[in-house]
Design a protein around this ligand. Structure first.
Ligand code: AMP
Length: 434
């Protein structure tokens, strides 16, 4: 170690590492990969295409899209002034690291006029999001989300049920258990203002007893009072939005529920479920878990309908529905062991200079045939080479010494069953390919 001061990750950010380099199983990169691969397979089956938007945008996008008064925009964004060069357009503009991806996807939908090509754009994204967190357990300043958006002409509730069906498949495939689906309707611009009025009437006399956040939300975003974890008794007495939905919202919600029923997807209607972003209309949902590793941060994912967001961002009237899942929280919820694609199929133990040279070329042939293999570059004895093979968790060890070279037959040891086979190079390739 040198005398220079070490530089570490910024507080509440972290490295996601290969499992060999950390005992923190929630930071194992192969687990992130595994969840991503399962999600990508789901997206292939359900016809979603990938979109990658920049990780920073004009601040105004989030201010207008997510809502000035939301916690995310008012407290949690990383925002700076772009220095730019003298007289470059946009110099001095306010820029922000994306705290979520939906606003960016809608921005892209409008910018690229996607409605011209397709009545319904089905998009997915995978990537980091940034929020100024202050050490609440399970919340990071850079965290990873996978999300989908269904954007276009249709607001059919069957779209919503299909997306949730896909999520149920992802959870089942990942063997994430002990989850519940919570659903609600947050109304539309026609009925929500009436509900907000009712809330105002009910809450005004009780404000003095309520927490600072509730007092602030009373003024800026009263629906969010329903989300308060402190004034639960007062909140429990409030009217239910379910009782005050307009006819269209009621019909939409009951059709949505019947599409879930038809798929035998279990759910609970939670009239207190209001999401933290302003753009939601009608259907809102969350999948929560009782996995104790997540503590109070029990939401694995959340989403809903956001008809009208496109108009807010200067686009045409458009319907939209989507979700974002927290990859970090999915990883914590996985069973202990998941497949690690970086585990080699075969580890080559070579003894002597000639065997080493041969092993290097054999490794090339194996890799070109699609077989993953590892070998080490030090000349070790058989015992130490086998120790390395063990540590690599390779399924097979291949032993090449002078004798094997002379016979042009190699010893393949199955590291699980301990069986050994003597094989020619062609036989070896054949066996490992299967
Ligand atoms: P939201 O965009 O707030 O609806 O969040 C969607 C999902 O992203 C949540 O259900 C969490 O799983 C995850 N998430 C949100 N914020 C964080 C954070 N700061 N750290 C880790 N995961 C997060």
């Amino acid at each position: 170690m040198s005398k220079q001061k070490q530089i570490k990750t910024v507080k509440h950010t972290r490295d996601i590492l290969p499992k060999d380099f950390t005992t923190d199983t929630s930071a194992h990169s192969h687990k992130f990969q595994y969840v991503e691969n399962v999600a990508r397979e789901a997206f292939r089956r359900y016809g979603f295409q990938e979109i990658r938007t920049p990780i920073f945008e004009y601040t105004e996008l989030f201010a207008r899209g997510v809502g000035e008064e939301t916690d995310i925009v008012s407290k949690e964004m990383y925002t700076w002034r772009d220095l730019g060069e003298n007289n470059t357009p946009g110099a001095g503009a306010s820029l922000t690291l994306r705290p979520e991806n939906t606003a960016s996807v809608i921005r892209a939908y409008i910018q690229h006029q996607m409605w011209v090509q397709s009545d319904l754009a089905k998009l997915f994204y995978v990537g980091p999001q940034f929020r100024r967190e202050h050490g609440r357990k399970g919340r990071f300043r850079q965290f990873y989300q996978i999300g989908v958006e269904v954007i276009g002409k249709s607001d059919h509730p069957a779209i919503e049920a299909e997306v949730i069906e896909m999520l149920a498949w992802i959870l089942q495939e990942l063997k994430i258990e002990n989850t519940s689906l919570l659903v609600n309707s947050v109304g539309c611009p026609k009925c929500r203002p009436l509900f907000n009025e009712r809330l105002k009437e009910e809450l005004a006399p009780k404000l003095a007893e309520m927490c600072g956040d509730c007092n602030r939300r009373f003024e800026t975003n009263i629906l969010r009072v329903l989300d308060c974890k402190r004034d639960v008794e007062i909140v429990a007495q409030l009217p239910s939005i379910q009782d005050l939905l307009c006819q269209e919202c009621q019909t939409h919600f009951s059709e949505f529920c019947s599409y879930l029923d038809a798929r035998q997807l279990k759910y609970q209607v939670d009239p207190k479920l209001v999401r933290g972003l302003d753009y939601y209309t009608r259907t809102a949902f969350e999948i929560v878990t009782t996995n104790e590793n997540l503590g109070s941060q029990n939401a694995l994912l959340g989403g809903g309908r956001y008809d009208g967001l496109s108009e807010t961002l200067g686009g045409p009237p458009t319907k939209g529905f989507g979700f974002a899942l927290g990859l970090d929280r999915f990883v914590i919820s996985l069973p202990e062991t998941v497949p690690d694609p970086s585990t080699p199929t075969v580890f080559i133990a070579h003894l002597g200079k000639e065997a080493f040279d041969f092993a290097l070329l054999l490794a090339k042939s194996l890799r070109q045939a699609g077989i993953s293999c590892a070998l080490d570059f030090e000349g070790r004895n058989l015992k130490n080479s086998m120790k390395l093979a063990d540590r690599s968790k390779a399924r097979y060890a291949l032993i090449i010494g002078e004798e094997e070279l002379a016979k042009a037959k190699f010893v393949l040891r199955d590291m699980v069953s301990r069986e050994q086979f003597e094989l020619t190079e062609a036989e070896l390739l054949e066996k490992l390919k299967n």
